[in-house]
Design a protein around this ligand. Structure first.
Ligand code: UT7
Length: 323
C-alpha cells in the first residue's frame, strides 16, 4: 500500500497590502469593527494583470526550491481555486506551463473555501493508488476580483494569495505511522447554496459575478459542521484533542475559531490563526496557514495535524496528516 507523504510547502502573497483603514475609505466600515468581528487586520490584493496562476506559480516555485526538486519531478498538479485565470483551460494547466513541468496530469478543483481539503482527498487517492508519484497541490485565489466593493458585509473579509504543498507516494504502513495523509473526509450540502455564492457565471450571466453571503447563517454552519467533522474524524481514529499537535484551519473569522476551540476544548497554542495577516483567501487559506506553521517552527516533522474548512456549496471537510 502506498501513502501520500508531505515533502515541502511554499506560499505567496501579492505585494499590495490593503489595511482595514484603507477599506474604510471604500465602504462604510472601521478598523475597529473589522478587527472585533473577524480578527482581520489587513489583506493583500493582486495588481491588475497579476493572475491567480502567477500567485500559484510563485508559491509552487518556493515549495519546489525548498524540497530541492525540479519541475520534471512532478507528475500531478492540482489547483484549488474559485477565481481561475480563464474559464478554461484550468489554472493548473497554466501553472504547469509557467513552472516548466513536462507533460503530466493537471486539473483544477472547485470547492471554494474547502478546495484544499478536497484537493488533499484527491491527491491522496492518486498517490496511494499509484496513479501519480509526486503531486503539487496549490490553493490560489484572486478573490478581490469577485468582491462587490459596495457591500461592506463581504468586501472587507477576503484577500488574495496562494499556498502550495508537495506530496510524494511512499510505500508501507510503517512509513505512514511516521508521516503522511492519514485520512480525509469531504462533505457537501447543495441545499445550502443560497447562503454563500457568486451572482454570476458562464452559464447564467456570462460574467464572473460578485460574492454574496448570509454571514450569520454561514457562521452558524461553520461552527457546527466543522466542529462535528473534527469530532467524527477523531472518533474514527480513536484520537482526542490531546493527541493532536496542531489545528490548521480555514482562516475565515477568529470568532469561528474561538468558538471551535471552546467547543472542542482545544488550547489556543494548538490553533494556527493568521487571518489577521491576509484575511480569508478561500482555497489558499489552509496552505498559507500550513506554510506559516512550518516556517515558524510551530509544525514539525512527525506532528499530527488536523485541517478543516467550510465554504460555498456548502462544502466542508477535514484532513488528518502526520507531517
Ligand atoms: O470562507 C467561507 C466561510 N465564511 C465564513 O465563515 C464567514 C462567516 N460569517 C462571518 O464571519 C460573520 O457573520 C461576518 C463577519 C460576515 C459578519 O459578522 P456578524 O457579527 O455576523 O455581523 P452581522 O452580519 O450580524 O452584522 C452586525 C452589524 C449590522 O448592523 P446592524 O444591522 O446591527 O445595525 C451590519 O450592517 O454590523 C454591520 N456590518 C458592518 N459594520 C461595519 C456588517 N458589515 C460591516 C462592516 N463594517 N464591514
Amino acid at each position: 500500500m502506498k501513502h501520500a507523504c508531505f515533502v515541502s510547502c511554499g506560499s505567496y502573497l501579492p505585494e499590495r497590502i490593503v489595511t482595514n483603514d484603507d477599506m474604510a475609505e471604500i465602504v462604510e466600515t472601521s478598523d475597529e469593527w473589522i478587527k472585533a468581528r473577524t480578527g482581520i487586520h489587513q489583506r493583500h490584493f493582486a495588481d491588475e494583470g497579476e493572475l491567480t496562476s502567477d500567485l500559484g506559480t510563485k508559491a509552487a516555485q518556493q515549495a519546489l526550491e525548498r524540497a530541492g526538486l525540479k519541475p520534471e519531478d512532478i507528475d500531478l498538479i492540482i489547483c484549488a481555486t474559485t477565481t481561475p485565470d480563464l474559464t478554461f483551460p484550468s489554472t493548473a494547466s497554466i501553472i504547469q506551463r509557467k513552472l516548466g513541468v513536462p507533460v503530466c496530469q493537471a486539473f483544477d478543483i472547485q470547492a471554494v473555501c474547502s478546495g484544499f481539503i478536497y484537493g488533499l482527498s484527491t491527491i491522496n487517492a492518486f498517490l496511494s493508488s499509484g496513479q501519480a508519484k509526486r503531486a503539487l497541490l496549490i490553493g490560489a485565489e484572486t478573490f478581490s476580483r469577485i468582491l462587490n466593493f459596495e457591500d461592506r458585509g463581504t468586501c472587507v473579509l477576503f484577500g488574495d494569495g496562494a499556498g502550495a504543498v508537495i506530496f510524494e507516494s511512499l510505500d508501507g504502513e510503517a512509513e505512514l505511522q511516521q508521516r503522511g495523509i492519514i485520512d480525509t473526509k469531504a462533505y457537501c450540502d447543495g441545499t445550502l447554496t443560497d447562503l454563500l455564492y457568486v451572482d454570476g457565471g458562464v452559464s447564467t450571466s456570462k460574467t464572473a459575478g460578485h460574492v454574496r453571503m448570509s454571514g450569520q447563517e454561514v457562521f452558524k454552519h461553520a461552527v457546527e459542521k466543522m466542529g462535528q467533522a473534527v469530532v467524527d474524524m477523531m472518533a474514527k481514529h480513536s484520537l482526542s484533542v490531546d493527541d493532536l499537535d496542531l489545528f490548521v484551519p480555514h482562516q475565515a473569522n477568529q470568532r469561528i475559531l474561538n468558538q471551535l476551540m471552546r467547543n472542542l476544548k482545544l488550547p489556543k497554542e494548538k490553533m494556527i490563526s493568521c487571518m489577521a495577516l491576509h484575511a480569508n483567501t478561500s482555497a489558499a487559506s489552509i496552505p498559507l496557514a500550513l506554510n506559516l506553521a512550518v516556517e515558524s517552527g510551530r509544525a514539525k516533522k512527525g506532528d499530527l495535524l488536523m485541517m478543516e474548512a467550510l465554504g460555498g456549496g456548502l462544502t466542508w471537510g477535514t484532513a488528518l496528516l502526520r507531517l
